[in-house]
Ligand binder design. Structure first.
Ligand SMILES: [Zn+2]
Length: 209
């Protein structure tokens, strides 16, 4: 059976959440209010992002400089190698931004197919767009469940790897879940079977079995 590993980006592949990092660095006070609502599930990603972007001032260069400092999980590149050897597909699914994902991939020299929201610059103006919004989900900007459903339809065995709020929609539907942080807690509280992990070395160990 074909296998796909759907992997969250911020806080899972990267050691810190790049959206959070960018907001803390470049947004004026007031963003915390929207972030709290989003975490409680009371505000959708798009609405929240649009409000927070209004509070932000940064140039493309300033954002790139910040993103180039972001570290990734020490074992992630080895994990990609193992998946390639075994013929497993790896796809990044993120409710964050393409700009951040591309910058981190460039810096660390890897290239993985991904689905995410979009962020770009027009002069000094920051633009965002949410091309993968799902009609069936009123919370996510890019609902990961939609991507998972596509792979299921094509007959894939699906493995989900994540850590946060944007992983809650998809977790219940994956054939196997690797979880840490908020997602791990959520799975345990909701009776969703999951394998806890700290880093991609733990995951490789389990994949090799
Ligand atoms: Zn969703």
């Amino acid at each position: 059976m074909k296998k796909v590993l759907l992997v969250d980006f911020d806080g899972t592949i990267t050691k810190i959440d790049t959206v959070d990092l960018m907001v803390r660095k470049f947004a004026k006070d007031g963003w915390q209010y929207y972030e709290d609502l989003w975490e409680k599930g009371e505000m959708a990603t798009e609405e929240c992002a649009v409000e927070i972007i209004k509070l932000m001032e940064m140039s493309e260069k300033e954002l790139l400089d910040l993103l180039y400092e972001v570290e990734i999980d020490e074992y992630f590149l080895d994990f990609l190698k193992v998946c390639k050897e075994k013929g497993y597909e790896v796809v990044i699914v993120s409710d964050g931004y393409d700009f951040n994902i591309k910058a981190v991939m460039d810096k660390h020299n890897f290239n993985v197919e991904f689905y995410s929201n979009k962020l770009w610059f027009e002069k000094r103006e920051i633009k965002v767009d949410f091309p993968y919004k799902s009609k069936e989900c009123d919370k996510c900007g890019m609902c990961k469940l939609e991507v998972l459903k596509e792979y299921k339809k094509k007959g894939y065995y699906t493995i989900y790897i994540g850590d946060g709020y944007s992983d809650l929609c998809v977790a219940k539907y994956a054939d196997e879940v690797f979880a840490k942080g908020v997602l791990e807690k959520y799975c345990k509280e909701n009776g969703i079977p999951c394998i806890s992990f700290k880093n991609f070395d733990d995951i490789m160990g389990k994949l090799k079995r």
